[in-house]
Every structure is written in C-alpha cells, then in structure tokens.
Design a binder for this molecule. Structure first.
Ligand SMILES: *Cc1c(COP(=O)(O)O)cnc(C)c1O
Length: 394
C-alpha cells in the first residue's frame, strides 16, 4: 500500500495486510496450516531464525496468515507493529506480565472487563504487584493515584457493561509525567470509533473475538504499539505459547474487511435504540455515551468518532422483570458475547461479569436489573419493534 497517502479506515479494513502477492496469485490471504517452514539452505534458515530476513520457522512464533491479521489491525490502530494472540484475555495477560515486575504498581479503573478484573484481583497480587483500582468516573482521583507513582496505567473506554467513559488523553498525560506506560483496551470502540494511540496511549489491545471479527465465529486478540514494546510482548507470547490459530486469523481477517461498514451501521442503530429505550415506561435508565444525558458525553464527543454499538439499560421490576423480558426478544441471541452482526443480549450476571459473584457486582455498581445490548446489523426499526413488544409485556 502506498505509505505516502493517508488511507481511511474503510480502505485499510479491506487492504491493509493483504496487499502483498499471495501464493499462486490468490487474491485472498491463504490459510497456512503448516506448523513449520522448511529451508534447503541452512544459511538462509539461520538468517530467518535471527530475524535478519523475512520468513517463518514455527507457527507458535510466527505464521503468514496470522501476520496478515497483525498487519491489518496494526494499520487500523495507526501503530508501528502488532502481535496477535489466541484470545483477548491472552493479549491482556501477556501484555501485563511482560510489562510488570514484582514490586511494581499498576493503576486502573473499577469497571474493567470481568476477566481483566480477575487478573487484577487474583493473579497480579500473587506476583507482588500492587493494583490500585480507581472510581472510573473520577478523573481527578485517577490522576492522583497515577501521580503517586506507577509503572502501568490500564484503561478501558467505554466500559463493560455500564458504558462509562474515561478521558484517555488527560490520563495518558498524567501517566507520562511519572514515566508509566498507558495500555488501553479498545474492544468496545474499535479503531473506527476511537484511536487510543493518537490520544496518547502507548499500547492498544483488543479482544478480536468481538467487533474486529464481527461474526462470533473466532476467538482472537491483539496488541498494537511501538516496535520495541511489541517485540518484548511478542517474545513473552511466543514462549508462553498463546499463539493465534491460522484459521481463526483468516476468519478475523475476513470479518475485518467490513469493519467500517458494520461499525457505521451499529453506531446509527445504537443511538436510535438508546433514544427509544429512554422513552419507554418499563425502562429505568439507559447507559449509552451518545446520549446527551450520559455523564461523560462531553469526553466521549471529544475522543470518539462514533459512540459504538454497545448499550445497557436497567428495567423496572428487578431481575424478575429481566427474566420476563429477555425470552420474548425475537431478534437477539441471549449469549455471553458482543460485537457481532447479530444482536446479542444478556444480563452481566451471565455475560461480562460471570466471573464475579452478586456482591462483587454490586460493589462495582452493576445492578442486577441491567441488560447489556449489543446492536447487530439488522434493520433498526425491526429491532425497536422487537424491544417494544418485549418491554410492553413486563
Ligand atoms: C471479551 C472481552 C475481553 C476478553 O476477550 P476474549 O477474546 O474473550 O478473551 C477483553 N476485554 C473486553 C472489553 C471484552 O469485551
């Protein structure tokens, strides 16, 4: 691809990572299932091994199909390099265990993804790493915690499932004043709606399982950033063994071609659905950063190009009402997933925060009458009709 022009997201989604000639002139990236790559010339083999010439040796380390996926997400995030993982959690844990050393301190927010929260609460402390989790909406308190010294600031925005928004540029500046690295989980926004590296983050990571793949048929993860940091994380990952499978890489690559289209459609659907829900008598509260009433709407407007396809709402009548309402939806998978072409719903107790118990969820401010709604690419009027008939029945 021509490096001198500045292709937009929709162009990069299609072409990035796929612009080299493929085997037998195939127009699509071949799925290379081979575990190893053979060399008749020992000298050449050694050069590949030392990284002096391009090539692959063993697919736990690098693989051509996986590399195409890495190049696509790297370009979309405007990063220098990227490395891929078997899942989003592999990307998160490998990144944290590469960056942190016993005695270090990490500052983060209370509203991180359930699995990430488990790493903070259960695993990092075992390695004598201090974890400070701040009130997600109190940017001043997060700045104060950062100023007391830390090696890593870990953010997620918008958060799962209550859609809180943190000020990435402001907090990244605070972290850099104490020489901390800033890591942002950009799974919810995707690079189409938010570019954390442009806002000042050092590393951006993804559960590619969600919007990047977009079809709920492949697990994967990625981290993007400057080459020196990515090399360090890659080194940990190749030894740790959390490699992305080539078939999954292919499915993610194919899904990503329509990323810009899907996100645009889901952005437009979500705001209409959020407004409809706000007007319905059975709904207590709607959580969506695109609404004027959202407490961090101004921050979201500054740092996002679109507000995304994720929203949450609480229904009047507690968990009982949720149990009544959810089975009536026709156009929604009731499942622990998000970011796909199909609409997906579920309560946090069985989806994002299944790893936590009811009192831990309560401590995180996640009400039991909450419904997380991942807007698909269906016709938005059909989705609103569907929600209406189900809510009317409560
Ligand atoms: C799903 C998710 C993860 C974990 O990703 P997996 O691919 O399921 O391991 C991490 N962060 C966020 C925000 C997620 O939604």
């Amino acid at each position: 691809m021509n490096e001198h022009n500045d292709p937009k997201d929709a162009t990069l989604a299609v072409w990035a990572g796929e612009d080299k000639p493929h085997w037998e002139n195939a127009t699509q990236v071949p799925v290379v299932h081979s575990v190893s790559f053979g060399y008749a010339d020992l000298e050449h083999w050694a050069k590949v091994g030392r990284g002096e010439v391009d090539g692959h040796i063993y697919s736990r380390n690098t693989n051509p199909t996986v590399r195409a996926f890495e190049e696509k997400i790297c370009r979309l995030e405007r990063a220098q390099d990227a490395t891929a993982f078997a899942s989003g959690m592999a990307a998160i844990s490998n990144t944290l265990f590469t960056l942190l050393t016993p005695g270090d301190r990490i500052v983060s927010i209370k509203d991180s993804y359930g699995g990430t929260h488990k790493i903070f609460q259960e695993f990092l402390p075992r390695f004598n790493i201090t974890v400070t989790l701040c009130d997600t909406t109190d940017q001043g308190a997060i700045e104060t915690a950062i100023s007391e010294g830390c090696q890593v600031l870990y953010l997620e925005s918008p958060t799962n499932p209550t859609m809180k928004v943190v000020d990435i540029a402001r907090l990244a500046a605070a972290a850099h004043r104490v020489d901390a690295l800033v890591v942002v989980d950009n799974t919810f926004a995707t690079p189409v709606n938010q570019k954390p590296l442009v806002l000042g983050a050092d590393l951006v990571l993804h559960s590619a399982t969600k919007y990047l793949g977009g079809h709920a048929d492949a697990l994967g993860g990625a981290v993007c950033g400057p080459q020196d940091l990515i090399r360090r994380i890659f080194h940990f990952r190749e030894i740790n063994g959390a490699a992305l499978d080539p078939m999954a890489a292919y499915l993610l690559l194919r899904g990503m071609k329509t990323l810009a289209l899907r996100i645009e459609c889901q952005n437009q659907g979500a705001i209409q659905i959020a407004r409809f829900l706000q007007s319905h008598a059975a709904v207590e509260h709607v959580f969506y950063p695109g609404l004027d009433s959202h407490p961090q709407h101004d921050i979201a407007r500054r740092q996002m190009q679109g507000f995304g396809g994720m929203l949450a709402f609480s229904v009047k009548g507690g968990y009982g009402a949720v149990m009544q309402f959810l089975p009536r939806l026709q156009y929604a998978h009731r499942a622990a997933n998000l970011g796909a072409v199909e609409t997906i719903v579920g309560p946090p107790a069985t989806t994002s925060h299944v790893e936590l118990n009811a009192s831990e969820r309560a401590a995180m401010g996640i009400p039991e009458n909450l419904v997380r709604y991942s807007v698909g690419i269906e016709d938005v009027n059909d989705l609103i009709e569907d929600l209406k008939q189900a809510l009317d029945s409560i």
